[in-house]
Design a protein around this ligand. Structure first.
Ligand SMILES: Nc1nc2c(ncn2[C@@H]2O[C@H](COP(=O)(O)OP(=O)(O)OP(=O)(O)O)[C@@H](O)[C@H]2O)c(=O)[nH]1
Ligand SMILES: [Mg+2]
Length: 626
């Protein structure tokens, strides 16, 4: 038996002013979306209106749609774009008496730029015009767009004709649509903010990317305010949890109404931060009338407005290929924004001119951090493998944690793609690093050469410090060097502290110091348990150099600033101490000093060191074994 489920979608209206969008929404839902006094007075829609529509899918599934009604007037295109940012299906309205009009065209281009794939065309005011003529006109205009095959339904709110048919058609179309994906990356693009007396600040918007629940800790970008969702409603119903593709109203009592505004994003931690530079693929529609100001080429340095989600920010376009973008063309470009936005790879946007008269371009975000390196590539954004491959090859490496967090793929999809690419030998994964195979191989060779060269140039030195490798190879991130070194150490290299060397490397003093070395060892071995002080041994700078070398290599053990022992002497004293205590029980410093034929000067620091190492333990003035 088929289990009945409810699927959530967003329907947004679009179309020229006065073409009957709001009247249609009211006829279908019973809700008048025009709520502002100004809208009532002027009899036009000024800002977004909202309603709820329940439909029955053909298989019995419930379809629940949030309806966003947008203004058609050319002065309010800015609000229209904010309304259609997360649309599953457009309710595209053309009035039978007017036919295709300027904002019909502009709205179509906006929907195309935003990648809206589905539409139902409502041929409104069918009581007033020639249906067949207008249908033909609409079909002609939709040719070559994603709406070319969209159903066209004649309607009239006057006579009630076609309203049920329109609802059935919407249900059929949504029955074929995939609900928005849950990728565990919730973003609510805020479209309304107000206060309710005694309740506090309410923000509303459309949720995408993942669910949010009551009580959840959230972040507001770009302001970076952190707060908790006290309660959630969707179309007036109180909810515990709200799913992607739903309208939501959050009560955020700890945030003042003037601290949050349309365009802000409500999200969660660990998804990255907003940025004010983007690398994008930008396109100018080929539909633009070549005579219209909107068709003028976009130039490097042009000022414009970028519309993303519900936000609108001033932006400066740069790095355009050939310096300009003509209509019907697309190119990779960099956008510098007046204020940061929280965009993901693959997010769509619309561009309007600086006077906000015309919609002039649109596109998709390639790199939300805006790295110049990304200017060379136009990604295969729909496929997680190619996105991962390109991102890694562009930078050479990537940190695995939070890799591509600002993308439209889930963390699991991304880590599975990393493993697939590793299996295919395209990338390597080491510790916290993902790296391009070829680059990693080059780096290993380079690091090996550096170490070998150092062994040759400085045979007395234990090896190369990691910081030297990092600066010689100009690698900014320490964790990459760490991963590289770990990789080398799995082979023929060893790491001691921050120094790496060939496993076979034995540090050797230059010939002129080898005699000095012999002299020092002789002095130290004469009375091995009570050798001369370091001051005596380090008679000159050469001797000092040799002592340092012997300590570094572990041939000498420095038990106090002034006391060094040959390694054999140290090991021998250690076992003799252990043996003595084992035989005689807890012993004092002087008992041990006498037993070993040493001095207080040596014995005190030696025992302290053995305490630290865990061989002995001090109890009062006696030492026992651990
Ligand atoms: N004859 C007739 N008039 C209609 C029909 N639908 C809407 N109207 C009228 O058209 C006018 C505009 O309707 P709205 O629904 O406000 O148009 P709109 O597209 O929402 O307008 P904006 O939101 O301002 O772009 C109103 O006076 C409606 O009564 C219809 O089916 N037949
Ligand atoms: Mg309206």
């Amino acid at each position: 038996m088929h289990e009945v489920t409810t699927r959530h979608f967003i329907i947004a209206t679009a179309g020229h002013v006065d073409h009957g969008k709001s009247a249609l929404v009211k006829a279908m839902t019973g809700t008048d979306p025009d709520r502002l006094p100004e809208e009532k007075r002027r009899k036009i829609t000024v800002d977004l209106g909202f309603a709820e529509l329940n439909l029955a899918g053909s298989n019995g599934d419930k379809i629940h749609a949030g309806v966003i009604d947008v203004p058609g007037h050319e002065d309010f295109v800015r609000n229209m774009i904010a309304g259609v940012g997360s649309t599953d299906i457009a309710l595209f309205v053309v009035a039978a008496d007017d036919g295709w009009m300027p904002q019909t065209e502009e709205h179509l281009q906006i929907l195309n730029y935003l990648g809206v794939q589905r539409a139902v065309v409502a041929l409104t005011k069918s009581d007033l015009g020639r249906i067949d003529v207008v249908i033909e006109q609409i079909r002609g205009k939709l040719q070559g767009t994603s709406f070319a095959q969209s159903p066209i339904v004649p309607t009239s709110v006057r006579s009630g004709t076609g309203i049920q048919n329109l609802e059935r058609t919407l249900a059929t179309e949504l029955g074929m649509a995939e609900p928005q994906r849950d990728i565990g990356k919730p973003r609510l693009f805020v479209d309304r903010v107000f206060t309710l007396h005694g309740i506090g600040t309410i923000v509303t918007g459309t949720l995408t990317g993942g669910p949010l629940h009551r009580g959840q800790q959230i972040l507001v970008y770009p302001t970076n305010l952190e707060t908790r969702i006290r309660s959630i409603q969707s179309h007036g119903w109180a909810l515990e949890i709200v799913q992607p593709g739903m309208r939501a109203a959050f009560n955020l009592p700890d945030i003042a109404v003037n601290q949050i505004k349309r365009g802000d994003v409500v999200t969660v931690h660990d998804l990255g931060t907003p940025s004010s530079t983007l690398v994008v693929l930008i396109e100018k529609s080929s539909r633009l009338d070549r005579e219209s100001p909107a068709a003028r080429p976009l130039k490097s340095g042009s000022l414009c407005y970028l519309h993303h989600g519900t936000s609108r920010v001033a932006a400066n376009i740069s790095h355009l290929e050939r310096g300009r973008l003509g209509f019907g063309e697309k190119t990779v470009a960099q956008l510098k924004l007046r204020s940061p936005i929280f965009a993901f790879v693959g997010d769509r946007f619309v561009v309007r001119d600086s006077a906000e008269q015309n919609t002039i371009a649109g596109g998709v975000v390639l790199d939300p951090e805006g790295h110049k390196k990304s200017l060379t590539s136009s990604l295969g954004l729909d496929d997680v493998d190619s996105l991962v491959r390109l991102t890694i090859s562009r930078h050479g490496f990537a940190q695995r944690q939070n890799f591509l967090s600002k993308s439209q793929f889930s963390a699991t999809e991304i880590s599975e793609a990393l493993l697939r690419l590793q299996e295919r030998g395209e990338i390597i994964l080491r510790q916290h690093v993902a790296a391009d195979c070829e680059l990693w191989r080059k780096l290993s060779i380079q690091a090996t050469a550096l170490i070998d060269e150092a062994h040759k140039q400085k045979p007395a030195s234990a090896g190369v410090d990691l910081s030297e490798i990092r600066s010689a190879m100009r690698i900014q991130q320490a964790h990459i060097v760490e991963a590289l070194v770990a990789d080398l150490c799995a082979g023929n290299f060893v790491r001691k502290g921050s120094v790496i060397a060939r496993a076979s490397h034995r540090p050797k003093l230059p010939t002129h110091l080898q005699l000095v070395e012999a002299g020092i060892c002789e002095k130290l071995s004469k009375e091995p348990f009570d050798p001369p002080s370091r001051k005596v041994i380090e008679s000159d700078s050469h001797a000092r150099q040799v002592v340092r070398f012997l300590i570094e290599n572990g041939d000498l053990i420095e038990i106090a600033t002034d006391v060094v022992l040959l390694r054999e002497s140290f090991e021998c004293m250690k076992s003799r101490v252990a043996e003595f205590i084992f035989k005689n029980g807890p012993s004092t410093v002087s008992e041990l000093r006498v037993a070993l034929g040493s001095s207080r000067r040596v014995m005190v620091p030696l025992l302290e060191r053995l305490d630290r190492e865990g061989t002995t333990r001090r109890e009062g003035d006696r030492r026992c074994l651990r």
